[in-house]
Design a protein around this ligand. Structure first.
Ligand SMILES: C[S@@+](CC[C@H](N)C(=O)[O-])C[C@H]1O[C@@H](n2cnc3c(N)ncnc32)[C@H](O)[C@@H]1O
Length: 203
């Protein structure tokens, strides 16, 4: 039987009204999800906000678990490595947990982990991942996401990190450059602000 994959337009129709970014950003994520859905391993996201990108992940891989990490109290305190940044402070981008859970209720493969990552990651310590979407905006969340998930990538698995080279999120690029080098991950800049990290030799 032919499998019907939701088109990008269908996904955008379902999630666009709650999106944190623009249609172009989500189209890049869509393309990477389509490739990743064929690999073994689950999906995860650090920084789920109001659930838009998480829902797209779940729509494209109903057979995978999709683990979403979100404080639901907004951004944690930025570190000195997040300066100079004009936009964000502790508590920016707060999403309502109940409202987000309702929006995601029709995706039975989604698991929501409320609280500050990486302490909320313990329950998936033995999981392997086909794709991890890092969208935490700050140095520490990006660093912790890379450190936690790099050794939990399934064969061919990728970490797709948003806000790389974005001047309003300087901590993200610093974390990517520092920890990709330390963990010997290859990096490929795609789209405007995405970078794809993978175990070297795997790209
Ligand atoms: C840009 S928003 C994510 C947008 C979302 N991926 C989307 O496209 O719909 C960034 C989110 O990361 C969350 N966040 C940042 N650091 C975090 C951490 N260490 N643990 C959990 N959530 C975090 C913030 O609360 C915020 O809601």
């Amino acid at each position: 039987m032919t499998e019907m994959l939701p088109t990008f337009e269908e996904c955008w129709e379902a999630v666009g009204r709650r999106a944190a970014g623009n249609e172009y950003q989500y189209s890049i994520l869509y393309e990477e999800l389509v490739k990743a859905r064929k690999r073994s391993g689950h999906f995860a996201e650090v920084g789920a906000y109001r659930g838009a990108s998480g829902k797209m992940m779940a729509m494209l891989a109903p057979d995978k678990e999709v683990h979403l990490f979100e404080t639901f109290t907004g951004l944690p305190e930025p570190s000195p490595l997040d300066t100079p940044s004009t936009e964000w402070e502790r508590g920016s981008l707060t999403a309502d947990q109940e409202d987000t859970e309702q929006f995601l209720a029709d995706c039975p493969n989604i698991r929501i982990h409320a609280g500050l990552f990486p302490s909320t990651g313990v329950c998936i310590h033995d999981h392997m991942f086909a794709l991890v979407h890092l969208d935490a905006d700050l140095f520490e969340g990006t660093r912790d996401g890379i450190l936690f998930f790099a050794r939990r990538l399934a064969p061919g698995g990728v970490i797709l990190c948003h806000d790389y080279n974005n001047s309003i999120a300087p901590g993200v690029s610093k974390a990517v450059i520092r920890y990709a080098k330390l963990l010997k991950l290859s990096k490929r800049h795609i789209g405007e602000f995405y970078v794809l990290l993978q175990k070297s030799g795997g790209l």
